[in-house]
Structures are given as C-alpha cells and as structure tokens.
Design a binder for this molecule. Structure first.
Ligand SMILES: *Cc1c(COP(=O)(O)O)cnc(C)c1O
Length: 434
C-alpha cells in the first residue's frame, strides 16, 4: 500500500470560466413546453409553466414572470429557493467528496444519521436507513415490516386516503384506486381501514390481531387534502399495536422536518399524544430541494429487523445529499424557523378565515401545511386563476387548495394571496375553466 499526500483538487465555482451554461435562456415558456412534450414521458400532463430561477419564496418562468411559490415543490423547499447556506453546503461537499459506494461511509452521512435520531427523540439502539426519496423510505419501512416475526405476520394495515408513494411496494399501501389498478397485482397483505375510525381500528385487531405486522399511517394525510387524524387516534393505534406486537409506522414524508412547526408532526402532544413510534419515514423537506429521505427505526428491535444484505441502495447515504439535509436542519435551528412556521401558520390561517368569503368553508392545517376548503368543487379553477395572478398553490382535491410554502416566507409576502382569496367571486361556477 502506498500512502500519498492528497493532491490539490481543482475547485471550480459556478460562474467561472469552467462552468457550462445553463440552458435557461434558450427559449420561451411555449417553446420549452413543446420540447417537454417530445422528450419527457407524459406521466404528469403538460407542465403549468417552465421555471428557470428562484430566490427565497419566489420563482420565475422562462418568460420572466414571477410567482410566489406557496406550494414549495410540494412541501419540499422549506428554505425557499437558492438558499445561500444550503447552496454553500452542497457545493462544499460536492467539491470535497461527492459520492462513494455503501462499501464506504462518510462523516457527513454518519453525522446526518445521528442528527436525525436526536431530533426524532429516538431511544438508545435506534438507527437510520438513508434513501433518495419518500417512496424509497416507505419501501425500507415495508421491507422491515415483512421481516417482523420472520414474515409470520402477513397483515399490514393502512388507511383509506393514504398516500405512501408510487413504487410497487409503497403503492400497495397507497389507497387511490386510479394509482393502483393499472399495476396490479401489487404486493399482498395490505388492508385499508376507514380514515380515523377508532372502532374500525379496534375491529381490525380483534380478529387476527397477532397476524398484523404493522399499522402504517400519516399523522396528517397530505395528498388526501391535509386531513388530520382525530385526537386520540394515534394513542389508540399505539395501544393496539403494542398489545398485539405489531409495529406502528408513521409516514412523516410530508409532515416531518419542521413542516408543522415541530420536527415531526407526531411530536405535537395534540396529534401524537406522546406516542413513540417504531418507524418514522421522512423525505420531502429533509434536503430542502435536494433528493434525500430516511426511515428511522426506534429502538434495537425495530432497528435490527433489516440485516446485512437484506436491503440496499446506490445513492442512499450519498455525502452531498447528507450535507444538504444537515444544512437544512442547521438553518432551521439557527434561524428559529420552527417557531416562525408555527406563528406564521397560525396567522395565515386566521387571516384566510377572516376574509369572510363564503366560498371558503374551512381553513385547516398545522404549521405551514395548510388547506383552504372551498364550498364547491372549484379548486382546480381557483388554482389556475391564482397561477395567472402569480401564485403557486395546489388543488389536491376538487374542493381543497393545499399550501406548503417555504419556512422563510414572511407575513408581508403572503398577504397578496390572502387578498386574492378575499376577492374570489362567491358565485364561482365549477364547470368554467380559467
Ligand atoms: C410525497 C409522499 C410520499 C412519496 O415521496 P416521493 O419522494 O414522491 O417518493 C410518501 N408519503 C407521503 C406522505 C408523501 O407525501
């Protein structure tokens, strides 16, 4: 073995002579949309806009039009766009050590796993599996679940309205028929229980309860319209899973990493009731825009269900992704963003309620995961009109607008959207399109 001193790497900062140009300046929104249609598979439908740049809570399209991003890449861009601390952390890691295989480890990966265990209040013996997305975090949780009792527990319980991802295993836990049906048969054993129904949960354990490997739930269902579980449900879920030796898996891919004003939604006493889960999955906001996810297993029993060789990933644990996640956690802490999320979320909901617009039936949510429930199925139309007026929001159901804005958003920046909601015509008809 020869030991040499490390050579001097050539660090190339963006914008220097070595940088290749971004393709952004090459066309208008219309031109780029036409090119998209030819080159990209049509799984998402046509893009609403082609975006070229972002800063803080704003993004700009290829025609130079600015939008206030109140969706944050679907609960991902918690630090807004082009955050200097996140950009610096990613660049520094990539310019030092960008990727290694899982035959090796990096201090950044290890430090991230430790930080996740700390913010999760995970007990001694807990461990983390790092992934690159939410659906992979679900896959890790599901494989871990299959190993519970050496596979002797065939039943897995999930809830109606659940969204846990689109890969085949995660899809088996996702409720929506339109997502599932074209890909059947899916991995077997999953049973869907009526959402938030305590009696149905008791009944599911009353017969064959000892054959349940896990109950998998989102503390607040995101894709289904920001639907919180009723108070006491998670406590009951913990009681029943513990009594029958089943795992309680919480999908916090959307609700985790500060989105609701705490690191994890179940840490709110009024949501989690003090329960300690067996597995928590995160992704979306974890890297604030860099693809990274994790399955956190609580305590040695859950943490040791997946043994050597039983699971793997090339990119999971990638140092750059880990650096992004560490920087995200670091900025949220340094800048006091959890408190800001709580305060701004409360003020935003209150202001949306007090518009007095009869079209708005309810405003709900936790922190900066917010739903505006309309009194008729016009969410898609309102979202299209809002986009034309410079606001990005998401009609996640026919009657629900979902907001999941960056944590760096300010009261002043969001006020124009409140004004837009106040001015929505109360006689808006469902059938018209913008
Ligand atoms: C988005 C989401 C997923 C899937 O994450 P991907 O990164 O899109 O694979 C899983 N669970 C929940 C609750 C989500 O919101």
């Amino acid at each position: 073995m020869t030991v040499t001193s490390p050579g001097t790497p050539r660090h190339r900062a963006p914008g220097t002579d070595d940088a290749l140009p971004l393709p952004a300046a090459d066309g208008s929104v219309a031109q780029w949309t036409a090119r998209y249609t030819h080159a990209v598979m049509d799984t998402f439908g046509p893009p609403q806009r082609v975006l070229v740049r972002g800063e803080g809570p704003y993004v700009w399209d290829a025609d130079g039009v600015r939008y206030l991003d109140l969706l944050g890449g679907i609960a991902v861009n918690s630090l807004g766009h082009a955050h200097p601390t996140l950009t610096a952390a990613i660049s520094a890691q990539l310019g030092t050590l960008g990727h290694i295989s899982n035959f090796f480890a990096s201090p950044t990966q290890i430090a991230l796993a430790e930080r996740l265990l700390a913010i999760a209040d995970a007990p001694e013996g807990s461990r983390v599996f790092l992934t690159s997305s939410g659906t992979e975090a679900t896959e890790a949780a599901l494989k871990l679940t299959r190993r519970h009792s050496a596979g002797a527990r065939p039943r897995v319980l999930a809830l109606e309205g659940a969204f846990h991802g689109r890969s085949m295993g995660a899809l088996s836990l996702t409720h929506k028929q339109a997502y599932r049906e074209p890909f059947e048969p899916l991995p077997p054993g999953v049973e869907f229980l009526p959402f938030g129904d305590a009696d149905a949960l008791r009944a599911a354990f009353a017969h064959g309860g000892d054959e349940v490997a896990a109950l998998v739930v989102e503390p607040i269902q995101g894709e289904a319209g920001v639907r919180p579980l009723p108070p006491g449900y998670l406590a009951l879920a913990r009681e029943l899973t513990t009594a029958h030796g089943a795992l309680l898996v919480l999908d916090e891919v959307q609700t985790g990493m500060g989105r609701t004003g705490r690191w994890f939604a179940h840490q709110h006493p009024h949501i989690g009731g003090g329960v300690r889960p067996d597995v928590v999955t995160v992704a979306k906001g974890l890297g604030a825009g860099f693809p990274v996810g994790a399955a956190i297993a609580y305590g040695p029993q859950a943490a040791e269900l997946l043994g050597r060789g039983q699971h793997g990933t090339t990119f999971g644990g990638n140092p750059v992704a880990a650096a992004a996640a560490l920087a995200t956690i670091g900025v949220i802490e340094r800048d006091g963003l959890l408190d800001h999320v709580t305060g701004l979320g409360e003020r935003l909901r209150e202001r949306l309620r007090s518009t007095g617009n009869p079209l708005v039936r309810e405003v709900r949510g936790e922190g900066l995961l917010v739903a505006v429930e309309l009194d008729r199925p016009v969410a898609a139309r309102v979202a299209a009109d809002a986009l034309a007026a410079g606001f990005i929001v998401n009609p996640c159901t026919p009657t629900t607008l979902r907001l999941a804005p960056p944590f760096v958003l300010t009261d002043d920046q969001v006020q124009p959207f409140v004004d837009l909601v106040a001015a929505l015509p109360a006689d808006l008809a469902p059938e018209e399109t913008a």
